[in-house]
Design a protein around this ligand. Structure first.
Ligand code: ADP
Ligand code: MG
Length: 327
C-alpha cells in the first residue's frame, strides 16, 4: 500500500479537485483506493457525500465515523487511535471522512513534535496517529491511499506528510503558487530530516512511518480564459515553474531548464474545465463520468472524453512512480 499526499502551501490550486478525480480514476481501473480527508475544511468529504449523509456524520456530538472520531481519545489524552470508519463510495473506493473538529488536533500535534525529542511515548503515538489510521483504514485491501490536506505548513500537515510515502504538488501558474512551492520545498526537507532523527528515539514496538515524502512531480492547473496582459504574466510564471521546482523542492543544481510541457517532473498540465465543474458538482460525480442526462451534450461530450484521457494519463504516471499496477 502506498500513501500519496497532494500538497501546496497555496490554496485554490486544485488539490481537492485532483484527489477527487484521481480517486475515481484509480477505482475505475480496479485499483482499490482509500481517500483520507485531512483538511479540516472537509471540502473533499462534501464532494463525495450528499447533505443527508453529512448531517448524519456531523451531528452535534462525538462524530465517531469521521477522522475526528479516530483521533478523539488521543486528543483527550485518554487513549490511542480508534478503528477508523471507512465510508465505501463504490466497490473500489473508500473514504475516511474529514471533520472541522480535526483543527483541534493542531496544538496537540505541535506539542508532540517537540516532546518526541524527549523519547516521550505518547508523543510518538500522537505523531504517528494519521499514519496508523491510514494503515488501518486500508485493511479492506486498498492499494493506494490519497491524502487531501489544507494549504498550510502547520502541524496537522506535517504529520499527514510524514505519514506519506510520496507527495504530488499541484500548482497554478501564478506568483502565489510559486511562492507556495518555495515555502514548502524547504519545509518538506526539514520535516524529513528532523523525523529521521526522531525515529532513532521512537519506541521500538510502535509502527512508525519512515517519513519519505518523496516528491513525485508537479501538476499545473491552467487558468481559464485570459486577456493579453494576463497571458503575458501567465507565460512568465509558467516559465519559472521548472526552475523553482528543481531548486526549492529537489535542491537540484540547475543545468538546463525545460519548458513545463517537456519537463519530466510535470505530471500533467490540466485543462480548466469551466462549465463542466458546476455540472459535475450538481451530478455529484467526476467530470469524466458526466453523461448527456447530466447536461454534457454537444461540445461537452468531447471535453468529458478528453478529461477522462487527461486523468487516465496522470493516474498512470502516479501509479507507475508508486509501483502500483494500473491498466
Ligand atoms: N481543472 C479545473 N478546472 C476548473 N476548475 C477547477 C479545476 N480544478 C479546480 N477547480 C476549481 O478551483 C477551485 C479550487 O479548487 P480546489 O480543488 O478546491 O483547490 P484546493 O484544494 O487546492 O484549495 C474549486 O472551485 C474547483 O472546483
Ligand atoms: Mg482543498
Amino acid at each position: 500500500m502506498k500513501t500519496i499526499a497532494f500538497f501546496n502551501n497555496k490554496g485554490g490550486v486544485g488539490k481537492t479537485f485532483l484527489v477527487y478525480h484521481l480517486a475515481w480514476m484509480f477505482a475505475d481501473h480496479g485499483v482499490k483506493t482509500l481517500v483520507v480527508d485531512l483538511d479540516p475544511q472537509a471540502n473533499l468529504t462534501a464532494m463525495f457525500l450528499d447533505a443527508e449523509r453529512l448531517e448524519a456524520l456531523w451531528p452535534d456530538d462525538e462524530h465517531p465515523d469521521t477522522v475526528y472520531g479516530a483521533i478523539r481519545s488521543i486528543l483527550r489524552g485518554t487513549g490511542d487511535i480508534a478503528e477508523p470508519r471507512v465510508e465505501m463510495i463504490s466497490g473500489n473506493l473508500g473514504l475516511i471522512p474529514g471533520d472541522l473538529g480535526l483543527s483541534r488536533f493542531e496544538n496537540k500535534l505541535s506539542d508532540a513534535w517537540s516532546r518526541c525529542h524527549n523519547r516521550n511515548e505518547s508523543a510518538f503515538r500522537t505523531m504517528s496517529a494519521f499514519y496508523r489510521i491510514v494503515k488501518r483504514g486500508a485493511e479492506w485491501g486498498a492499494k493506494i491511499a490519497l491524502i487531501n490536506v489544507g494549504p498550510n505548513l502547520g502541524a496537522i500537515n506535517r504529520s499527514a506528510l510524514i505519514a506519506s510515502d510520496q507527495v504530488c504538488l499541484p500548482l497554478a501558474p501564478d506568483i502565489f503558487s510559486l511562492q507556495g512551492l518555495r515555502n514548502l520545498g524547504p519545509a518538506l526537507r526539514e520535516w524529513r530530516a528532523v523525523w529521521a532523527e526522531l525515529l532513532t528515539k521512537a519506541p521500538p514496538d510502535l509502527p512508525m512511518p519512515n517519513g519519505a515524502m518523496q516528491p513525485v512531480g508537479y501538476i499545473v492547473m491552467q487558468n481559464g480564459i485570459l486577456d493579453t496582459r494576463q497571458i503575458n504574466a501567465h507565460n512568465r510564471w509558467m516559465a519559472q515553474i521548472p526552475g523553482v521546482y528543481r531548486e526549492a523542492v529537489l535542491s537540484e543544481k540547475i543545468v538546463s531548464l525545460p519548458l513545463v510541457a517537456h519537463d519530466p517532473y510535470c505530471l500533467s498540465l490540466l485543462k480548466h474545465h469551466r462549465s463542466l465543474i458546476p455540472m459535475a458538482m450538481e451530478a455529484r460525480k467526476p467530470i469524466f463520468f458526466l453523461k448527456s442526462a447530466d447536461g454534457a451534450i454537444g461540445a461537452h461530450v468531447e471535453a468529458v472524453r478528453n478529461c477522462y484521457t487527461e486523468f487516465q494519463k496522470l493516474a498512470a504516471k502516479i501509479a507507475s512512480s508508486a509501483n502500483i499496477a494500473f491498466d
